[in-house]
Ligand binder design. Sequence first.
Ligand code: EPU
Length: 335
Amino acid sequence: MIYENVSLKKYNTFGLNVKADRLVTFKHEENAIHFFEQNKGIDQKLMVLGGGSNLLFTGDYHGTLIRPEMEGITLEGKTGNDVIVSAGAGVIWDKLVESTVNKGIGGLENLSYIPGLVGAVPVQNIGAYGAEASKTIGKVRAINVTDGTVREFTPEECKFGYRDSIFKGELKGKYLITRVYFRLSTKPKLSLEYGSLKDELNKMGSTSLGNVRKTVINSRIAKLPDPQLIGNAGSFFKNPVVTPSVAEKIKSNYPRAPLFSDPSGGIKIAAGWLIEQCGWKGKRFGDAGVHDKQALVIVNYGNATGLELFELSEKIRISVAEKFGITLEREVEVI
Ligand code: EPU
């Protein structure tokens, strides 16, 4: 379907009422291939829009937005305990998590209740509660938007990093992901080391997949605002990784600072804590604000503009840099 001069209010979780010149949606891969073949060589501004849960529009979008709406969750194969499940790019992520957990298939449970669509999962390499999507992704199927050719990416080719992949880097804007294949298990090794996950689960009596999912959902609901009620895009910034000497200095001034060792050899600091120390938590300026239960989340209480939210985020960034000498990097993409 092609829509002209369309409002994006329901297509971005900040709830911003901006417009796009054109929105093109595809329910089937063949239609998308056909569209890109037809448009070959035409110089136009294209951007893929998923669930819009990681975007901040600072104004109207003058170009064409592409939205994949491919449906379907398929059990592709099973060998012993190993299971391959694929999902169309337009499947709501949490519907996939729910469906696998309900079938006793593990691997995605810690990633419960994250807003967005399956197609965005490899782009952003979503993560939560000690798990990252990249650990379960077996293959990503995508169409080259410049000529309509199909390519399947191995996990290595996806170049996954912390909230990062090749689709955000060198191939940004070049591919439309149509289907993602996940390597899951009917006998998963549960990952319960994050925060108080284990303690919360012990209270529930058993560490079943369903209970892990419930615990994660409860924790998310307690800390993160529901985008249906209050516009937001989850964490606005990434957690920065600093050198051990910078971390040491912070520790000596703030013995309770949340510091975690990072595989890179550096020390990860909770950005939410840095922002809270700068006094932003729960602050509100008109309809733009900082969530009162998690300072890493910038919220739109109703009628804030994208520019107001962006300006607030920049003030936060400057104050963290001034107080701690650490420059926060955005997780949310500003358009
Ligand atoms: N903290 C504060 N003040 C705050 C927020 C956090 O002191 O306002 C402290 C907490 O007390 C805790 C530590 O910071 O000691 C970590 O907080 P939390 O467990 O909430 O996790 P996070 O590092 O702030 C990350 C992800 C979230 C994910 C949670 C849970 C990033 C950028 N964010 O947040 O992901 O849900 O862990 O695993 O890595 C998202 O990406 O949109 C997102 C919500």
